[in-house]
Write a protein that binds this ligand. Structure first.
Ligand code: BG6
Length: 508
C-alpha cells in the first residue's frame, strides 16, 4: 500500500536478540508493515545477531515460521501476509551468530556493512536484548569503531526499556551510553509514543483554537490517567516479579502520557524543542519524601479471580513468581505538577494487571459551572464537563456536557460528543513500532526519550521505590477481574473525586 511518507534512507539494521520474543512479535511484523507501505529503501537490510548457531537460511525460515504463526494466532482474522512483500523483505535478511561479549562478533558485524550505491554506510543497532547488555553492547560497538559516523553515514542505537530500575541505575546507564555514543545517536524507545492517539494529543491541543486557552489550572479541576490491562503476568513472571507495576509502567509510559498532556507548547516541532518541554513537565512533578509518598500512592497485588470469563491464578501462584512476593501489580498515585500552568491541579495515575477491562485513557475534568440557575440539580451541584482521550482500544476523543432533557420542565442530562478514529480514517495495520523504526531510520528523535526525560521520570518515582522497599505503606490485595484495590478509590475519594468506572462502556 503506498504511503504518504518519503522512503527512509538505505541502512543496515542489526538486531541484537534476533531470536527473541520482541523481534518475533513486534519488530518483524512492524518492519514487514513498513515494507508493505513501500517506505523501505531497496538497499535496506537486516542482520540478526544472536548466540544461537544457525545458518542464514535457517534464520530466514525461523522468521517466516514465526510470522505465519502470529497470523494463525491472530484473533480477529484480519492479519494476513502479502507473499511478494515478504519475499522482498526476507531476501534482505542475514544472520550473524556470536557472543555479545566477544569482540570478534563485532569484527564480523563490521565486515557486514558494505558501502551502498550512494556511498553511505548507515547502520542501526537495535538492542532487543536483556537489560544487562544495554551498557556492554554499545561499549563494544564503540570499541570496534562501529559507531563512527561519516559525512554521509549515520550510526544509531535503539534501546528498549527497562531503562534502569531506579534513578541511580538510570543515571549510570545514561553515563555509560554517553561514554560510547553521542546523545543524537541514542534512540530510547517508549512504545507508547508510537501510538497514534498519543501523538494526536499534541494535535488536539495545539492545532485547535478552543482547547489550549482552557488547558490550565483556572479551568481544569483534575486529570486522571488510566492504563488498565486484563492480562496478568503470563510468561513474564521472572521479569515482572523483579520489576512491578511502578517501574514497568509509570516513569516511562504513564509519565509520557502525563507530559504530553501537561507540557507547554514547544517553539517548533523540532525533536529537541518537544523533548525539552516534556522533560520540563516531568521535572515539575513534586518530589516527596518516602513518608509522604506512601500517602500519595497505593499499591496492590491481584489475587485469584476471573477476567473476561477466564480463571486467573493468584499472582503469587503465577509461574516464576515468588510465593511470598511483595511486588505490586497495580499502582495508583497522585502527582502535583508544580509549575505555573498546573499549580494546584492533581494528576491521578493508575495502572494495573488482571483488571476487568483493557483501557488506556486520559480524562480531563473541568471545573463545574455554578449551579445557581438550575436549583442545585444534585447534592454535589452540576456534573463537571469531562474530556476523555481514548488512547486504546477504540481510539477517539469524547466530551461530556449537560443538555436539557426535552419537556416542559428544565431537567438536565449528560450527553457525549464523540469522535472515533475509525469513523474518519482508515488506519493501516500498525503495532506502534512502525512509526518508531521509521523515525529512527530518518533520524527523527521526537518520539524517543532523551536522557533528562528518563532521569526526571525516575526521580519522581524514587521516593515511592524507597518507601516500598522500607515496607512503608500496605500492599493491597484486589481480586483479578475487578477494578483494583479499594484503597485506590479512597486515594482519589479523599480529594472529592472518583475514578472513571472501568467496568461497563467507556465514557462516550
Ligand atoms: C510494556 C510493559 O512496556 O507495556 C507491559 O512491560 C505492558 O507489562 C505493556 O503490558 C503495555 O503496552 P500496550 O501497548 O499493550 O498497552
Amino acid at each position: 500500500m503506498p504511503s504518504d511518507a518519503a522512503p527512509a534512507p538505505p541502512a543496515t539494521m542489526f538486531i541484537f536478540g534476533a531470536s527473541g520474543d520482541l523481534t518475533k512479535r513486534l519488530l518483524m511484523p512492524a518492519i514487514y508493515n513498513l515494507a508493505f507501505e513501500g517506505v523501505l529503501d531497496p538497499e535496506f537490510q537486516i542482520i540478526g545477531v544472536d548466540h544461537i548457531a544457525r545458518s542464514e537460511d535457517d534464520y530466514r525460515a525461523f522468521l517466516t515460521e514465526s510470522v505465519r504463526d502470529l497470523i494463525a494466532r491472530s484473533t480477529d482474522g484480519s492479519a494476513s501476509i502479502d507473499e511478494e512483500v515478504w519475499s522482498w523483505l526476507i531476501s534482505r535478511i542475514g544472520y550473524v551468530a556470536g557472543d555479545f561479549d566477544d569482540p570478534a562478533t563485532y569484527e564480523t558485524l563490521k565486515s557486514r556493512i558494505t558501502p551502498r550505491a550512494d556511498g553511505s554506510t548507515n547502520a542501526v543497532f537495535y538492542l532487543a536484548v536483556a537489560p544487562r547488555f544495554f551498557g556492554s553492547i554499545p561499549e563494544k560497538l564503540a570499541a570496534g569503531g562501529l559507531l563512527e559516523e561519516g559525512e554521509k553515514s549515520f550510526r544509531r542505537i535503539v534501546i528498549e526499556k527497562p531503562f534502569g530500575n531506579d534513578l541511580a541505575s538510570a543515571k549510570a546507564l545514561n553515563a555509560h551510553l554517553l561514554g560510547a555514543a553521542e546523545e543524537h545517536q541514542l534512540f530510547r524507545i517508549d512504545h507508547f509514543l508510537g501510538k497514534e492517539t498519543v501523538q494526536n494529543i499534541m494535535s488536539l491541543r495545539f492545532a485547535n483554537g478552543i482547547f489550549e486557552p482552557i488547558w490550565r489550572r483556572e479551568y481544569i479541576e483534575h486529570v486522571q490517567i488510566t492504563a488498565a490491562e486484563t492480562v496478568g503476568v503470563e510468561t513474564r513472571g521472572k521479569f515482572y516479579d523483579a520489576t512491578g507495576a511502578l517501574r514497568d509502567m509509570v516513569p516511562n509510559h504513564m509519565f509520557q502520557l502525563l507530559a504530553t498532556t501537561a507540557m507547554e507548547p514547544p517553539n517548533s516541532f523540532d525533536a529537541d524543542a518537544i523533548r525539552t518541554e516534556k522533560a520540563k513537565a516531568i521535572e515539575a512533578i513534586r518530589i516527596q519524601s518516602p513518608g509522604e509518598a506512601a500517602n500519595w500512592a497505593v499499591r496492590g497485588q491481584y489475587t485469584a479471580g476471573s477476567v473476561l470469563g477466564k480463571q486467573v491464578a493468584d499472582y503469587r501462584a503465577e509461574p516464576d513468581v515468588d510465593p511470598h512476593s511483595l511486588t505490586e501489580t497495580y499502582v495508583a498515585m497522585k502527582c502535583m505538577v508544580d509549575n505555573w500552568r498546573w499549580s494546584g491541579v492533581p494528576f491521578y495515575i493508575r495502572t494495573g494487571k488482571a483488571l476487568t477491562t483493557r483501557r488506556t485513557e486520559i480524562a480531563i475534568q473541568f471545573k463545574r459551572a455554578p449551579g445557581v440557575l438550575f436549583g442545585n440539580p444534585s447534592a454535589g451541584g452540576l456534573t463537571p464537563n469531562m474530556l476523555v482521550i481514548h488512547v486504546q482500544p477504540d481510539e477517539g476523543i469524547s466530551l461530556r456536557f449537560a443538555a436539557k432533557v426535552p419537556g416542559r420542565r428544565v431537567r438536565l442530562s449528560e450527553v457525549d460528543m464523540d469522535f472515533r478514529y475509525k469513523d474518519y480514517f482508515q488506519a493501516q495495520p500498525s503495532t506502534g513500532y512502525e512509526t518508531l523504526i521509521y523515525d529512527c531510520l530518518i533520524g527523527d528523535a521526537t518520539l524517543f526519550q532523551r536522557a533528562d526525560n528518563i532521569e526526571a521520570g525516575w526521580a519522581a518515582v524514587q521516593p515511592l521505590l524507597d518507601a516500598w522497599r522500607a515496607r512503608i505503606g500496605d500492599l493491597n490485595p484486589y481480586a483479578a477481574g475487578g477494578s483494583g484495590p479499594q484503597a485506590a478509590h479512597a486515594l482519589i475519594g479523599r480529594d472529592g473525586y472518583s475514578w472513571l468506572p472501568l467496568s461497563g462502556a467507556p465514557l462516550r
